[in-house]
Ligand binder design. Sequence first.
Ligand code: ATP
Ligand code: MG
Length: 553
Amino acid sequence: MMSEEKSLNFIEEIVEEDLKNGKYKTILTRFPPEPNGYLHIGHAKSICLNFGLGLKYGGKTNLRFDDTNPVTEDTEYVDSIKEDVQWLGFNWANEFYASDYFDQLYTLAVKLITAGLAYVDDSTAEEIATLKGTPTEPGMDSVYRNRSVAENLDLFEKMKNGAFADGAKVLRAKVDMAAPNMHMRDPIIYRIKKAHHHRTGDKWCIYPMYDFAHGQSDSIENITHSICTLEFIPHHQLYDWFIEKLNIFPSKQYEFARLNMTYTVMSKRKLLQLVNDKHVQSWDDPRMPTISGLRRRGFTAESIRNFCDKIGVAKRDNMIDFSLLEFCVREDLNKTAQRVMAVLDPVKLIITNYPDGQTEDFNSESGLEAGETRIVPFSKELWIEREDFMEVPAKKWFRLAPGAAVRLKSAYIVKCEGFEKDANGNVTAVHATYIPESKSGSDTSGISVKGTIHWVSVQHAVKAEVRLYDRLFKVEEPDNQTGDFKEYLNPDSLQVLNTVYVEPSLKTADLATPYQFIRKGYFCLDRDSSADKLVFNRTVTLKDAWAKEIKKN
Ligand code: ATP
Ligand code: MG
């Protein structure tokens, strides 16, 4: 939740001003994704901003699919977008589709033609580009620019009725071929595309361009504040021009800086390439910056909303460190994750003085509600982490080593008495004796040890697969490198551990519960899990190993 003292971002300032001086009684914003891919963390910023304004100022927010490009759009994407927005915790007032406005948009185009403000141009795409001029030189009129209103109306109707081939003609707004802003040089507003649309089927073979669909859709819905990213600054003038010339509801466009993040890419087009070329398994691969990928990886909606709140809303582009997102999820999971024990790189610990065949059930705290515990069975043979034993202990080593003692979490203090090695010199088992009086909670041993390690009883352990994730790219800014961005993928972004032993309480692990594997990080169950195979994803480590790594170098 936003604290009272937090200063307003520049869009909130505008909204407050508009409400104060009575420009609007209530505000209406919209989130307008094109359904040509899954949403990513950049979209989350836009979602939090648009829906956040609606919530904060007692207004409403529409979800509008900007589906004017039949070729790249799909209902799979529509469904995923709805799921992601809801999962982030937002409810839209209305679910709209720009394609629902095709009739109205067509009528508006006819209105422009009738007013002498649009014409049908038969020029090729190359001719149009050439005549457009350059930022320093004015453009030149197309020979079709001065067609009569009657001829334009007739041709436009024929375009709609399918009389012409793709690309044979376009409808252009008649603005100003010498305008300093290139977007004002008679922009194309309709094109012929004989393609099947995911909602309107084959009804249309002409489709409005972004500039003629977006602003007009805003007006049709009476959107008060139409918020988009900085790339659309050059379109602003045209947005206003259409509204003025068509005399429709005066929606206003405001631009803010898009979210860019280190070690990833943030364009649906590039993310689609990663999926299609099988660099990742799917749109919801836990390494993807997509909302579905982050969700599968164990990021919570709360942590993503907090992240968006922290980065704020600026007017200048910047680059946000991926570790800020990790910080936010750690902060949230620390409060919500069940504490459990899992051994990722197992080696056996044999407690030589513990009776054969005996087991004990210990209560171990979940780490959430005070006093909330779960049962963890203990026996003579345990799995411990290989890295918790050192044959020749380093200085300040407080874990197991010959002669050294540690506490086994929620159980006993054990003292290492020796170890076994195989022919290759790998430790295969560690031997220890336990101190019966040192039982956690009723320790009368008088012995104090500095280290506590986690463990899982061998006979009770459940074998699991664990997937560890690292940065998707090796470089901070894969978008700003020479050559193809895919050359900079991190080949070690996924590490699969096949022999992990987890405590038996995890047999009933579910997809909705976050877990902290004590000392190892935050994990969640993956949807690849089945009744006889548990698969866990590491959401994030407990500490920022990456930052430490950077400091070392
Ligand atoms: P992409 O380039 O990833 O396809 P897009 O802008 O084409 O993104 P849209 O579906 O058109 O994707 O975006 C829907 C809304 O989300 C737009 O208002 C857009 O400005 C916003 N948006 C997209 N990417 C970002 C980002 N990185 N940061 C903030 N907002 C974004
Ligand atoms: Mg787009």
